[in-house]
Structures are given as structure tokens and as C-alpha cells.
Ligand binder design. Structure first.
Ligand code: SAH
Ligand code: SF4
Ligand code: F3S
Length: 471
């Protein structure tokens, strides 16, 4: 960590102490224990940020309520990648207002990606003026300071900055699962896909020092973590923003060498930077999970070029098939977008062709959503919604059929599952995750949670399995 980051960290730790004193005063005044809740809207990186925010709230003395908005302090950690994420927040805020009317002590805060977008920020300030605190992605580490001001009675705290060079390490974190954890290895994105808001709201790519990452994972392991997921918008370009830093495959190897770490995942790999070295590293290292998320977006070389993805249909297919050839037991998943401006039925045929050739184990399909400030948003050839719907249904049908067929290939095998939770709908069952990211439900006691156990995959039910523990 550089000196300014260490100073920033010390400052924030002092703010946490001050917040806890202020919180005690507020609790005495209101005669009750104050509760807090963090609601997450976005991707794994957003979820990891929420764990940091929750850690700060708990360190300050709040009782944390899980997934409930009945708390005295509600923090919405937002996403703005597609318009439906924005609409979801506005729905939640509408309900928060009616709760706030009943509970005058209630504080409402909005943070994350959405306020980084100027038009969304304006809307928040204008139409949701009851929100007490708004901050963005670059100054998340300064949450203790904002919390302190809020607890001291200040309202309408709007702190949005448009970039940061700071990477503040080691603030408190409250993990959702004791046995697995996300680990940021980089922040931001430099790729500027022409449809995407992420580089605009998360800023330029910044990698963390590998020594800080490895140190964090050692501590996680010592506290019982068995599985880590290395997080970044494009993990394959890890280290590019630091001189003399190790490559992503080398980082993976070093993470695997940490005692106690039994599984390593990562997300997301941009196809343009996926190296032979990475494929070899996965192949030669059993701790690296047999799952690769390789976003396609479109199968049409013309559309890919206009998206600024920097690969062609053929390059993508060659890469995907090569990976499957080298590591046959790997599960490939992807993201596909339908309705990018200018997309024709022929372009969608290309996308379907790639799905049928590569045969994904699962795919997330999205309808293109216009994001203000991105080059694609100002194009005049936006595809009419009725045509997008037809294309979307075609793609979805193809994805579902191939994924179902792919899922069947594990039938009858015995694979290791990390038991993650009790099954909420089947009594006496637990839910585990396989190395290939598939889910298996099987009868077992909840005392197995956090353990890796062999499970026989007995019955494929579309995208998950029913199984039994092999003792
Ligand atoms: N960095 C990752 C993607 C992060 S965003 C990558 O490049 O692979 C997750 C997914 O959201 C993207 O893969 C894309 O399919 C989808 N997405 C991004 N912007 C979108 C938009 N404007 N409309 C619809 N889907 C979008
Ligand atoms: Fe968005 Fe492209 Fe960056 Fe992924 S790589 S976050 S899709 S700009
Ligand atoms: Fe993630 Fe959404 Fe932000 S996808 S990076 S939370 S815009």
C-alpha cells in the first residue's frame, strides 16, 4: 500500500471509532438498539463491496439485519449496467419513503455504480430528496467518514468523485459465507465496449499489488475460507497497470499455493486477453475450478467490431473449442446480448451458430439496454423492441436446449461439492456447488456446511442435480 492509502485507512479507522460513540448516543436517545441493512443490486464486485460496507456498519456497532429493509439504516448498493437495475432501485426507494414516514429515525443511503452516472444522480437528488447520503464507487472506502457525519445529525450528504488513485486496504469486512470469499484483484475497466457503462462508473483499470492480494487470501484462509473467487472486470489483464507486476496465471498459481485454500475461481475473463499460459495453468492445477465464464456478447463479427470487443466470431469459437479440447471437464458459461443497434436477423443467426458450436453449460442472455454516455446509445439504428423480442426468444431457446444437454454429461459421476447452505425448500437437504459451478441438492445434515464432500450426481433436473453423499 502506498503512504497516502495508509493515511486514508488510518483516518477511516478513526471515523469508525467516532461513529460507534455517536451511535451509542443515538441509541440512548432513541432507547433502542439501532439496526442496519445493506441491499445489493449488482455483480460479484458489487456484492463484495457490500461485505465491506456491512463490515464497517458492524464495527461501528449496528446490529446487521440480513436482506431486510426494516432497519433504521438502509444502504442500497446499486448497479446501473441495464435500465432494469435502475428501475429496481427506484421501486425500493418508493417503499423506503413510506417506512421512513413511520420511523423518523430511519436513515436511507444510496451508493455504488448508479450515482456515478450524472443523469441518475440528478434524478436521485430531485425525485428522492429524502435520501440522506449518496456516495459512489471511487470513495466507498470513505464510508466511515460519511457515516460519522450522518450519525452527528448531518443530512443530504452527497459525495461523488469521478476518479480515484487510492486503493485502501484492510478496512473491516463482514463475509456472507465463512468458508468462501470474493477477493478484488483489480478495479475498473479500460475496455470501453461501446454499449457498456461500467468503465464510466467504475473508472480506469487499477490492479491491486499481488503482495496485498496474497496477504488478504492468507488471512482469509486462516479464518476458515476454503474457496476464493478472484474478481475483476477483465482478470486477464491483471497487472497491466502496475510496472513489474506478475501476470494473472502467475497470481493464480501463487493463490493455489496458499495453505488451506482448496478452490480458486475467477471472474471475468475477456476473450481477447485469454492466454495459452492461463489455459495451461488451469489444466495443471486441480485447485482451479473447472469453470470458465467467457462472455461472447454476440456471434456476429460485424456486431463484435461495433461493440469494440476486439475478437471475431472465428477467433472466439477457436478459443472456446481449444479450451474444451485441453480441459474436457471444464464448464463454459457466457453472457450474450441481443438487440445491439443495427443487429439483423442474420447477426442473430451467427450468435445461435456460436451457441450450437461451443455448447455452453449455461448462458446469461440480456436485452441490450441503452446507457447514456456510451457510443451505442446515440446510434440511430436502435432495434425496435418487437424485433428484439423475437431475437431474444430465439437465442434463449437455443441456450436452454444446449445447456440442458450439456448438464446431462455429469450424470452418474461422483464429484466434490462444497456444501454452501441448507436447502430452503427440501427439509433435510443441503445445497452444494461443484467445481464446475453446478448446483447439487442432497440429503445431509447442516453440520456439513463449509465442507467439501464427494457427491454422486443421480438425477439431472435441467440446470441442477439431485444427488447423494458418497461416504
Ligand atoms: N466485464 C465483463 C462484463 C461485466 S457486465 C465482460 O466484459 O465480460 C456483465 C454483462 O452485462 C456483460 O457481459 C453484458 O452481457 C451485459 N451488459 C453490459 N452492458 C449492457 C447493456 N448496456 N445492455 C445489456 N446488457 C449489458
Ligand atoms: Fe463493460 Fe466491456 Fe469492460 Fe466488460 S470489458 S466491463 S463489458 S466495458
Ligand atoms: Fe457491477 Fe452493475 Fe456496477 S454490473 S460494476 S454493479 S454497474
Amino acid at each position: 500500500m502506498k503512504e497516502s492509502d495508509i493515511l486514508a485507512k488510518n483516518d477511516q479507522m478513526n471515523y469508525i471509532k467516532r461513529s460507534s460513540e455517536l451511535l451509542k448516543n443515538n441509541e440512548e436517545r432513541s432507547g433502542k438498539k439501532l439496526t442496519a441493512s445493506v441491499i445489493t443490486f449488482g455483480c460479484q464486485m458489487n456484492a463484495r463491496d457490500s461485505e465491506k460496507l456491512a463490515g464497517i456498519l458492524v464495527s461501528a456497532g449496528f446490529e446487521l439485519l440480513e436482506d431486510t429493509e426494516d432497519a433504521d439504516f438502509v444502504l442500497y448498493n446499486t448497479c446501473t449496467v441495464r435500465d432494469n437495475a435502475n428501475q429496481k432501485l427506484y421501486g425500493h426507494l418508493g417503499e423506503a419513503l413510506s417506512r421512513k414516514k413511520k420511523n423518523p429515525d430511519m436513515m436511507v443511503a444510496v451508493c455504488g455504480c448508479l450515482p456515478q452516472e450524472p443523469s441518475a444522480l440528478e434524478k436521485l437528488k430531485k425525485s428522492y430528496s429524502f435520501v440522506d447520503l449518496i456516495f459512489g464507487t471511487h470513495n466507498l472506502y470513505a464510508f466511515p467518514e460519511y457515516l460519522c457525519r450522518l450519525l452527528a445529525g448531518e443530512r443530504h450528504i452527497f459525495e461523488i468523485v469521478d476518479h480515484t488513485d487510492n486503493i485502501v486496504e484492510d478496512l473491516p469486512v463482514l463475509r456472507k459465507y465463512p468458508f468462501k470469499s470474493g477477493v478484488n484483484i483489480m478495479f475498473g475497466c479500460n475496455n470501453f465496449c461501446t454499449y457498456c457503462i461500467v468503465p464510466h462508473v467504475r473508472g480506469r483499470e487499477r490492479s491491486r499489488d499481488s503482495s496485498d492480494i496474497l496477504e488478504e487470501i492468507k488471512k482469509l484462509s486462516a479464518s476458515g475460507v476454503k474457496e476464493v473467487m478472484l474478481l475483476g472486470q477483465n482478470v486477464n489483464s491483471y497487472g497491466n497497470s502496475l510496472s513489474g507486476e506478475i501476470s494473472f496465471p502467475e497470481l493464480l498459481k501463487r493463490v493455489c499455493d496458499i495453505d488451506g485454500i482448496q478452490r480458486v475461481r475467477f471472474m471475468t475473463s475477456h476473450p481477447k486477453d485469454l492466454s495459452e499460459d492461463l489455459i495451461r495453468t488451469i489444466k495443471n492445477n486441480d485447485k482451479i475450478c473447472r469453470h470458465l465464464h467467457l462472455p461472447l456478447q454476440s456471434g456476429s463479427t460485424k456486431v463484435l467490431k461495433e461493440m469494440n470487443r476486439r475478437y471475431t466470431k472465428e477467433q472466439y469459437v477457436d478459443l472456446a473449442l481449444h479450451i474444451k479440447d485441453e480441459i474436457p471437464e471444464i464448464a463454459l458459461t457466457t453472457d450474450i446480448m441481443v438487440g445491439f443497434p443495427g443487429e439483423t436477423a442474420g447477426d442473430v443467426d451467427d450468435t445461435i451458430d456460436v451457441i450450437e458450436t461451443v455448447k455452453y453449460d449455461n448462458a446469461f442472455t440480456f436485452i441490450y439496454s441503452k446507457r447514456m454516455g456510451t457510443p451505442a446509445a446515440v446510434r440511430e439504428d436502435q432495434v425496435p423492441p418487437d424485433l428484439v423480442k423475437i431475437s431474444f426468444d430465439r437465442v434463449l431457446k437455443c441456450v436452454q436446449e444446449t445447456a440442458k444437454e450439456q448438464s446431462l454429461r455429469w450424470q452418474g459421476q461422483i464429484l466434490d461439492a462444497l456444501v454452501e447452505e441448507e436447502n430452503d425448500s427440501l427439509e433435510g437437504y443441503v445445497t452444494g456447488r461443484l467445481s464446475n459451478n453446478m448446483i447439487v441438492h442432497f440429503p445431509a445434515s447442516s453440520s456439513l456446511i463449509g465442507n467439501i464432500v464427494p457427491v454422486r450426481l443421480e438425477e439431472c433436473r435441467g440446470f441442477y442435480y439431485m444427488g447423494s453423499e458418497v461416504k
